[in-house]
Ligand binder design. Structure first.
Ligand SMILES: C[C@H](O)[C@H](O)[C@@H](O)[C@@H](O)C(=O)O
Ligand SMILES: [Mg+2]
Length: 394
């Protein structure tokens, strides 16, 4: 039984938080001296916005069916991604049944392979794929997680990413992931500051609360190895994205270098089943962390997750609000999820993609019940108070 066909494809952009969650105002923890590969240049060391981490902004993809039903999704991508959606990908969507998401994904990927494969183009494809699944759920009156096989547990449990793991513990989260603040350019003094900050946080949260460091691609193998060894006695649970996403060889070495029991994680800037196959077959990580809005969407993450499951690896998607929640609740090898604390001081729970989504669920006591996802599609609507810009109307 065919579903109502796609009649309109619209790509909008919007700035200020939301899916491009690094696009925040001044004084936010997420832009306060976080270590990055650009920190080797002193001018770009204090703020990630100074080198353009928020240059793209949010991409909003809207698919309207012939019967007027609208599916949408948000991801990082802004105007260049909007151009790719309207001028290239839309030809594989107009007049199509949204249930044909496998064929549509295949056509979007291989038609852009000559200039895509990773990064912005896969963000755009992911945004379309997420909007397809949202539209499918709204046409079928089903939550996305039902269409993925249903919940394998009653609730999601979250660790929190932000500057205040001590507050995250009080709020009921199962762990706290700190942004690493100092990289190799700040030498031994910076390394000691990283260890001291972790020691201070360990003293505040006690011995059993998970503490992790997120290194956002900023280190080299030697520094990452020394940091892991120096933090081991402080119970660092995992060292995340220590190296460049292209350094598969370095990650394999890092896994051999870190103290036994410490986990190496990465993946948020990796894309497609082929990229994650490389991470798996080169033994780069203990936990894979794809972002569903950047790796290829639901359709591709299903393949990535199955590859990882076959090798006994966990898949804990990078924080991406409802889009990852509907996935994680259905996968045995995704036992917990990430919640990014988007409150400027990381001291309160606010919707992750605020202010763009109406009905976005937030963890209570560090958990979200599966029943909270029981609305069609991804269960959220666009905030009508947010003005969208359509740069390339077809
Ligand atoms: C906190 C990290 O520096 C990044 O800002 C964060 O987006 C990402 O790496 C994460 O894992 O949440
Ligand atoms: Mg990360």
């Amino acid at each position: 039984m065919a579903l109502s066909k796609i009649k309109y494809v619209r790509a909008f952009t919007v700035r200020g938080g939301g899916a491009d969650y690094h696009d925040q105002g001044d004084g936010h923890w997420i832009d306060d001296h976080v270590a990055t590969p650009m920190a080797r240049y002193p001018d770009y060391r204090q703020s990630r916005q100074s080198f353009g981490i928020n240059v793209l902004g949010t991409l909003v993809v809207e698919l309207e069916a012939e019967d007027g039903t609208v599916g949408f999704a948000v991801t990082t991508g802004g105007e260049p991604a909007a151009y790719i959606v309207e001028k290239h990908l839309s030809r594989f969507l107009i007049g199509r049944d949204p249930a044909e998401y496998e064929k549509i994904w295949d056509q979007m990927y291989f038609s852009t392979q000559y200039y895509g494969r990773k990064g912005l183009v896969i963000n755009a494809i992911s945004g379309v794929d997420l909007a397809l699944w949202d539209l499918l759920g709204k046409l079928r009156d089903e939550p996305v997680y039902h269409m993925l096989g249903g919940a394998v547990r009653d609730e999601l449990q979250f660790y929190a990413t932000g500057a205040r793991p001590d507050v995250a513990k009080e709020l009921g989260f199962i762990g706290g992931k700190l942004p690493l603040r100092h990289g190799p350019a700040e030498g031994l003094e910076g390394l000691h500051k990283n260890v001291a900050l972790l020691a201070d946080m360990r003293a505040k949260v006690g011995d059993d609360f998970w503490l992790m460091y997120d290194c956002w691609m900023s280190l080299n193998l030697d520094y990452a190895t020394r940091l892991a060894i120096a933090c081991h006695d402080l119970g660092l649970k995992w060292i995340e994205e220590a190296l460049s996403p292209d350094d598969y060889w370095g990650y394999a070495d890092l896994r051999r270098n870190v103290p036994r029991g410490m986990l190496v994680t990465t993946g948020e800037h990796e894309a497609t089943r082929w990229g994650f196959r490389m991470l798996l077959e080169m033994e780069c990580a203990d936990i894979l962390q794809p972002d569903i809005g950047w790796c290829g969407g639901v359709t591709e993450l299903l393949k990535i997750s199955a590859l990882a499951d076959a090798r006994g690896k966990l898949v804990v998607p990078h924080g991406s609000s409802v889009y990852s929640y509907h996935f994680v609740i259905t996968r045995h090898n995704s036992p917990f999820a990430e919640f990014l604390m988007m409150h400027p001081e990381a001291t309160d729970v606010v919707p992750m993609f605020a202010p763009q989504l109406l009905g976005e669920p937030v963890p209570e006591n560090g958990r979200i019940r599966a029943s909270a996802l029981d609305k069609p599609g991804f269960g959220v609507e666009r905030n009508p108070d947010i003005t969208l810009h359509r740069p390339y109307p077809n």
